[in-house]
Design a protein around this ligand. Structure first.
Ligand SMILES: [Zn+2]
Length: 378
């Protein structure tokens, strides 16, 4: 098994400015300038831990390139691409669309390098150079819709990679699993009527975007049944997420039988994350990843390609990501989760009835996915 890895220093140069957490600084309204919550630190520390742990030496490092206009336009409207470009050209930068998603000066090119990094991994997997891979990219992508950026996302990296795989690599059935703590609304919206792309999102109910990602959002038209949501109650942890993987994600993947599994690897459902209220640990991510790796082996020659999404705890994100990447490679490093003793009690938290009810509701929708033969990409 060969695992690809994409990283580039420019990912850390995406400048989200002096926002106060997630709010734009506004001194006249009493909002003090500070550091934006989506800043480079968690990602920088993650890359450094991958290096220092020795895992980097086990990986096939793949150089990213910038996504082309053609690649962006398979997913996004010309107006949105132009908007990001215009905002990026401003000396002080601008916003991707919702007022909470800074576009730094030069971020257009960096966002293209993020999308292109994922494309490079998908290419390598299709060519057989790697089995699976991880793009530690920034800015994130899963909230971006066809026509706007939002939730710190400029372009939808995973959607762009999915369309690339279909259009140029002959991988026609794509499954996108999104276990970021927030709903993968942008990805869902882009593929909502498309039965060739199955989207499955596990997230904290009614967190971000508000009122988005309910189980009744199940796809439409030809895509009816091909969008799955598991809106887990706040406080859901190891047992709830593993139950959702066993009852919803894996059965859905088995029915759909994808040619490629893409993963929106947000690790912000960990217990230390400031942007959600879930209770996962590095061990949780390891066990969830193991299930996905097994499914990829069974269904699509191991092809599991992940993009980094959220993860805002600078001190715990790296251990969750390392556990994920160790599981992809099938190896372990000398670094074990130093917080394991602290979080042991969280792992022991049992599945609660109100969590199981949501998972059962989503599991009942899995049979709507048909194993149809699809021979032509859209
Ligand atoms: Zn998130």
């Amino acid at each position: 098994m060969t695992t690809g890895y994409v990283f580039h220093p420019e990912y850390l140069w995406h400048d989200t400015g002096t926002s106060a957490g997630l709010l734009p600084a506004n001194p006249t309204a009493g909002v003090q300038p500070a550091v934006h919550i989506e800043n480079p630190e968690a990602k920088r520390r993650t890359h450094e831990l991958i290096h220092v742990s020795g895992l980097l030496g086990e990986l096939t490092v793949i150089e990213p390139r910038r996504a082309t206009m053609t690649e962006l336009l398979r997913v996004h409207t010309p107006a949105h691409v132009q908007h990001i470009r215009t905002q990026s050209d401003l000396r002080q930068g601008g916003d991707a669309g919702d007022g909470f998603s800074p576009v730094g000066h030069g971020s257009y090119d960096i966002a293209r390098l993020a999308a292109g990094g994922l494309i490079a991994l998908v290419n390598a997997a299709a060519q057989g150079d790697i089995t699976n891979g991880y793009a530690l990219t920034r800015p994130p992508g899963h909230h971006a819709t066809a026509d706007t950026g939002m939730g710190f996302c400029l372009f939808n990296n995973i959607a762009i990679a999915a369309r690339h795989a279909q259009t140029t690599l002959g991988l026609t059935r794509i499954a996108i699993v999104d276990w970021d703590a927030h709903h993968g609304n942008g990805t869902q919206a882009i593929f909502y009527t498309d039965p060739t792309v199955l989207t499955i999102s596990l997230h904290q109910a009614n967190c971000f975007p508000p009122d988005s990602g309910w189980t009744h959002e199940n796809g439409a038209a030809d895509g009816a049944g091909y969008a799955l949501n598991v809106p887990l109650p706040p406080g859901s942890g190891h047992a709830a997420y593993l139950h959702a993987m066993h009852q919803v994600v894996i059965p859905a993947l088995d029915r759909f039988a994808p040619d490629l599994i893409l993963l929106a690897n947000g690790v912000d459902a960990n217990v230390f994350d400031p942007m959600a209220r879930q209770m996962l640990t590095a061990t949780s991510y390891r066990e969830m990843t193991s299930l996905l790796v097994d499914a990829a082996d069974r269904l699509c020659h191991g092809r599991l390609i992940a993009a980094h999404e959220g993860g805002y705890s600078p001190f715990y994100t790296p251990y969750c990501a390392l556990a994920f990447l160790e599981e992809l490679t099938g190896t372990t490093t000398r670094v074990t989760d130093p917080y394991a003793a602290v979080v042991a009690g969280y792992t022991a938290e049992p599945l609660r009835a109100h969590q199981q009810a949501v998972i059962d509701e989503a599991a009942h929708l899995v049979p709507r996915i048909g194993k149809r033969e699809i021979t032509t990409a859209p």
